[in-house]
Design a protein around this ligand. Structure first.
Ligand code: HEC
Length: 107
């Protein structure tokens, strides 16, 4: 019984984790007014920091589940929460995560 349950549980976890859209150059182009020097490399870095820091207490939220204005509110709050829990999201990482979420929220 156990032998069947473990893979089944694993599969459920994989199936339930949200699928983040892979960033593309068109996403960078879309936010060029807001972030003039932004690059695809920076956008990808933001996504990996987001995955690293923001899925530990709850599931990763989809970037398009909030508006840019909401993300500007939520990310500093969540950074505070995370840093209370011994994580160290520095100002640069916080900005990188915010830019990723704002950019992909408009996908
Ligand atoms: C230390 C644990 C912790 C970490 C790390 C964390 N969160 Fe949260 N998050 C929470 C808790 C607890 C809630 C629910 C209560 C609340 O909204 O304050 C929440 C709620 C949220 C919500 C829903 C808020 C709403 O109003 O709908 C979003 C979106 C979110 N987190 C995004 C993030 C992002 C982005 C990061 C990474 C920067 C992050 N979280 C990291 C604990 C965490």
């Amino acid at each position: 019984m156990k032998k069947i349950l473990v893979p089944a549980a694993l599969l459920l976890v994989i199936a339930c984790s949200p699928k983040l859209i892979m960033p593309a150059q068109t996403d960078v182009d879309r936010v060029s007014d807001r972030y003039p020097d932004y690059t695809l490399g920076e956008l990808n870095k933001g996504m990996s920091l987001y995955k690293q820091y923001c899925g530990t207490c709850h599931e990763l939220k989809m970037p398009n589940s909030k508006t840019p204005e909401e993300w500007e509110h939520i990310v500093p709050e969540m950074t505070k929460k995370a840093n209370k829990r011994t994580m160290t999201i520095n100002a640069e990482a916080q900005e990188s995560i915010l830019r990723y979420l704002v950019t992909m929220s408009q996908h």
